[in-house]
Design a protein around this ligand. Sequence first.
Ligand code: HEM
Length: 134
Amino acid sequence: MSESKEFTLAEVTAHNTKKDLYMVIHDKVYDCTSFVDEHPGGEEVLLDVAGQDGSEAFEDVGHSDEAREILDGLLVGTVKRMPGDPEPKAQATATASSSSSSTGFGVGLYAVILIGGAVAYGVYNYLQAQQNSQ
Ligand code: HEM
């Protein structure tokens, strides 16, 4: 099998058993069938993401360079994204976290405007009172 073969996500999904296990990591397709029994983290975790995008699961563990070398040896192709396919996992997470942090900033911004307005109003009233008393 050549490394340049392209798979749609639907094609990868079909390889979801212990005897035929493909996995997508960072938009590359890996045939992990021969590695299932050797995985130091056990076969269960690999079966959990069989035929799916395992990028997040793989990165969460903080696999070593050695693990990444093994991964290179299992490469069979790349993902061919079709219209309507879900976004790559890693990117989807980044978008989600950046949008949540921008929401936080939005709330903070409102607070600054409100407090700033209240302070300005207080100062204005104070100055008026000062002027009136003169
Ligand atoms: C084909 C993809 C994968 C390869 C080649 C691989 C390879 C390895 C290797 C070599 C180790 C030993 C520690 C290290 O060198 O980092 C390891 C540990 C581990 N892996 Fe994976 N792994 C893969 C996918 C996954 C996935 C998808 C998960 C899901 C959570 C996972 C979970 C773990 C865990 C929990 C350990 C720690 C085991 C321990 O220290 O007791 N691995 N993996």
